[in-house]
Design a binder for this molecule. Structure first.
Ligand code: PHE
Length: 338
């Protein structure tokens, strides 16, 4: 009898050791302490025993019963601690490596615009903004662009209705500022512009420009050259050279296109500069007297210069980016390099 009880105690201990969840403990409890359980079975044997053994055996069974109850209670307490949520938190291993938090960063075009603003702020330029949905008057008429100019057609400009369009250049802001403000004027105007170009590696239906305008008494072409050269050397580097090529814009006279020595090959000639060693980065010139007339500035008293550059273009040249679409695709592998 006693060996049977000893065997039951052994297997009970093993089963308790193997228990990992509360349900295991519950099953063991039923098996040993239940109405038809092992302890109850032992009890039933007592009346059949000889007199003096009854008391001892009864005692032994009782001990076993108490032991089982105590061990199971202990076990229940331990297991319910582990599964309680606040304890789970407390058991958090502070030596584990933490979850990595990815910090955001500014888009490369935003970075470029900020750099440009900074260079011109040091030269005394304020920042001005204008609407992207614009009147034809500000995009063309006031800028001395004739009624039959090809850029006015809907091949080159997005029209919303008759005389309302998506601006195709930031030169609109020149007019809006000069209408409101008397000279001296010294502003740059960053922003989006829209043109119905077919999207490819170099074109997009939307891109960014920064316009510049300076008007005062006695402003000359030399001032324009000095300001641009200062910008180019700060943005691209001291060893970058600049050249001006005669050009034409309806709102400037004389006008120039501004090239820099190719920042990719250093001027030796490569695919980006079409083996010429030079790349165009902006258009510029002295404000046309007709533009001053439109904003009621005295063209005899004031002169000024204006320029406009493509933000995507200068960013691509600085970093050797060969496809404009990369700026708009939200590809983290590209964006996280800046
Ligand atoms: N607005 C012109 C363009 O979009 C650039 C420019 C601005 C040229 C100012 C001269 C003066 O091409």
């Amino acid at each position: 009898m006693l060996t049977k009880l000893e065997a039951a105690r052994k297997s009970f201990q093993n089963e308790v050791k193997a228990a990992t969840i509360l349900n295991d403990v519950e099953q063991i409890k039923i098996k040993y302490l239940g109405r038809k359980g092992i302890v109850a079975d032992f009890m039933k044997l007592i009346p059949a025993l000889p007199g003096e053994q009854r008391a001892t055996f009864g005692h032994q069974i009782n001990n076993f019963k108490n032991e089982v109850a105590e061990v199971l209670e202990d076990c229940t307490r331990k297991l319910s601690l582990v599964s309680a949520p606040q304890v789970k938190k407390e058991l958090f291993d502070i030596t584990l490596p933490g979850k990595q938090i990815h910090s955001g960063r500014k888009h490369p075009l935003t970075q470029t615009i900020e750099e440009i603003k900074e260079v011109f702020a040091r030269l005394g330029f304020d920042v001005a903004y204008g609407p992207e949905v614009e009147l034809e008057y500000y995009n063309f008429d006031a800028l001395n662009i004739p009624a039959d100019h090809p850029s006015r057609t809907d091949f080159d400009t997005f029209y919303i209705k008759n005389d309302v369009l998506l601006r195709s250049q930031t030169s609109t802001v020149q007019i809006r500022i000069m209408e409101k403000q008397k000279p001296p004027v010294r502003i740059i105007a960053p922003g989006r512009v829209y043109r119905p170009d077919t999207v490819d590696a170099r074109h997009s239906f939307m891109f960014h420009q920064v316009e510049g305008l300076l008007v005062d008494e006695g402003v000359s072409f030399a001032d324009l050259k000095g300001v641009l050269s200062q910008f180019i050397k700060t943005y691209f580097g001291q060893d970058i050279r600049m050249r001006l090529r005669p050009s034409f814009f309806p709102f400037t006279e004389p006008s120039a296109e501004v090239d820099i020595s190719c920042s990719i090959c250093g001027g030796k000639g490569c695919g980006v500069c079409s083996y010429s060693g030079w790349v165009e980065i902006l258009g510029a010139g002295m404000v046309d007297p007709n533009v001053f007339k439109a904003v009621h500035y005295d063209a005899e008293k004031y002169t000024g210069f204006a320029f406009g550059m493509g933000v995507e273009r200068v960013t691509m040249l600085k970093y050797g980016i060969d496809d404009i679409r990369l700026f708009y695709e939200n590809n983290m592998r590209f964006l996280s390099q800046f």
